[in-house]
Design a binder for this molecule. Structure first.
Ligand code: 5GP
Ligand code: ZN
Length: 114
């Protein structure tokens, strides 16, 4: 989708601070980090939100979660702990409508989230 910010990153039109890339996934540092480590993991395929996932997306979704695990370890923050978040639609706080998994780490998280 040409009007989607994250699709434009996948297409190479915008260069994020990439930490991982393969044929299906891209991971990059959030431009407005909410923790010392704040990485966004996205599927290269355009999926607007969690509401748009279908059963064929199970594999890529699993890969996103496993990549979060791997990147937390790579950042040296796995043992201390981290948070993974999918925001969905307005009340979920979603602002970019291309599915992304937030990986937040490097500080004490609070609960409940705001
Ligand atoms: P959402 O609120 O949709 O769950 O999260 C969108 C995230 O994308 C936000 O944390 C925001 O800071 C991040 N973001 C928005 N625009 C850009 C950008 O141009 N580059 C990067 N790296 N992150 C962005
Ligand atoms: Zn997109």
């Amino acid at each position: 989708m040409t009007d989607c910010l994250f699709c434009r990153m996948v297409a190479g039109e915008i260069a994020p601070d990439t930490v991982y890339e393969d044929d299906q996934l891209l991971a990059f540092r959030d431009i407005n980090p909410q923790a010392p480590c704040h990485i966004l993991i996205i599927p290269k395929q355009h999926i607007a939100s969690l509401n748009d996932l279908v059963s064929d997306d199970q594999l890529v979704l699993g890969k996103m979660v496993l990549l979060a695990q791997r990147l937390a370890a790579q950042e040296g923050l796995a043992e201390a702990g981290y948070r993974t978040v999918f925001n969905c639609n307005e009340e979920g706080g979603q602002e970019v409508f291309h599915l992304h998994l937030h990986l937040l780490a490097g500080r004490q998280m609070s609960w409940p989230p705001g």
